[in-house]
Ligand binder design. Structure first.
Ligand SMILES: [Zn+2]
Length: 76
């Protein structure tokens, strides 16, 4: 299903207190909570992509970083 630009929900950065538009999506998995194929997603604006990715990678959770408009279906 494709949504046009008017009805598509706005993607907002996941960083605490940030309301900027997200440009990147960090796909992550916590092996203690999630099955291996599961992907959680954090959205990030340009200012927060690096710090959010670092937070996840330090914990070994980060799996992939993709443009916010190419988030695979079924994540979240
Ligand atoms: Zn942000």
């Amino acid at each position: 299903m494709h949504e046009d630009a008017v009805s598509a929900p706005e993607l907002i950065c996941s960083a605490k207190g940030c309301r900027a538009s997200a440009t990147s999506a960090l796909l992550w998995n916590n092996p203690r909570l999630h099955t291996p194929a599961r992907r959680k997603v954090w959205l990030a604006c340009p200012a927060h992509t690096e710090s959010l990715a670092e937070f996840l990678s330090l914990r070994g959770f980060l799996r992939d970083t993709v443009p916010a408009d190419t988030i695979p279906e079924g994540v979240g």
